[in-house]
Design a protein. Structure first.
Length: 124
């Protein structure tokens, strides 16, 4: 995948794990959240739709509720890891901005369409 960025090897992301990685989108370094669900990987910008702050309480350290939701460290918004949708808190009904990634050749890659999607605000 010559025009894509390798974000991390797939075997370094355990099933059910949430990690932070950095990627270059439209020339800017952005913090991304990766979540692995079996062989699928989902990615979002590490930015709460409520106030634009990072979701992690320390770099790469995320809060999870007892139900398994991702919780914003700043204001307690809860996000479903299957969709990125906010299910509780100040941004209920909104969603994290999805970033397209692909799993290929045992790696997690930023999809070549990621810059255009993040720029336009359209999520996949």
């Amino acid at each position: 995948m010559p025009d894509s960025q390798l974000l991390m090897p797939l075997d370094k992301l355990d099933h059910g794990a949430v990690v932070e990685v950095e990627a270059v989108l439209d020339g800017d370094v952005e913090s991304l959240i990766l979540y692995r669900d079996g062989d699928a990987v989902r990615a979002w910008l590490n930015s709460c739709p409520h106030a634009g702050r990072r979701l992690d309480w320390a770099p790469g350290r995320f809060l999870r509720s007892a139900e398994g939701y991702l919780v914003c460290a700043a204001h307690g918004a809860s996000f479903a890891l299957t969709t990125g949708g906010c299910i509780a808190g100040p941004c209920r009904g909104d969603a994290l901005r999805a970033v397209p990634v692909v799993v290929h050749d045992r790696g997690i890659w930023l999809a070549s369409s990621a810059s255009a999607i993040c720029q336009s605000g359209v999520s996949s």
